[in-house]
Design a protein around this ligand. Sequence first.
Ligand code: F6P
Length: 241
Amino acid sequence: MKKIFVKDYDEMSKKGYEIIKEVIETKEQPVISMTTGGSPRGLFKLFVEDIKNGLDISQTTIMNLDEYMGPKDAPYTVRTFMYENLYKLVEAKPKNIFLIDGEAQDTDKEIARYKAILDQYPRDVQLLGLGTNGHIGANEPGTPFDSTIFLAQHDESTIQSTMREYGIERVDAPTEMITLGFTEILAAEKVILLVSGKHKAEAVKALLEGEITPDCPATALRNCENAVVIIDEEAASLLEK
Ligand SMILES: O=P(O)(O)OC[C@H]1O[C@](O)(CO)[C@@H](O)[C@@H]1O
């Protein structure tokens, strides 16, 4: 895993976006799998600006890493995030948009449907954020490193993070997600992990200095040549100098 240390959130967003932009500009049929949450918001802003300024996404496939189970249009869903932070803001249309259906009644069927899409569209980039408990996607602590797309139950700390991020009550907070497993995440040609802020410092320490273990899911990336973690100063503040 390559490590890039940056000053702050803005620099992290810029560095992460540069990698995605290069892929979009150089690949004939780029496939980008996005994440949502606070970490990638700045990167999405840069992406939107560039599309408005003429970046061609007509051959790009954009898909997502995971989706909360519940009403599609709830404020916290991946679908809502993608429309609010990208699809509604630009006129240009990507070649394909793929999203997991969080309203699916038959989750096995939905998993099979999305798995077929994953098989057909190998990812050039997988973007990730880091949970305060070290999760990536909804691969929470304890998930085996050979996981494949599955219906995951959130840890309480993840539920609390979602409540804070979207200002919702416990009763309205989603508790389950369909998520890509480590297998599909690591199959991407490039895996980019964005990490910013003091609240991520413990997780960064475990990621870079702790044991490689499912107890800290992101450590699955540590021996991967295709992974890059972009860390700002606050998130790096607990690392041994
Ligand atoms: O980017 P944030 O909001 O800090 O969240 C980190 C991770 O936790 C989640 O918000 C919830 O699991 C993920 O979407 C994200 O990758």
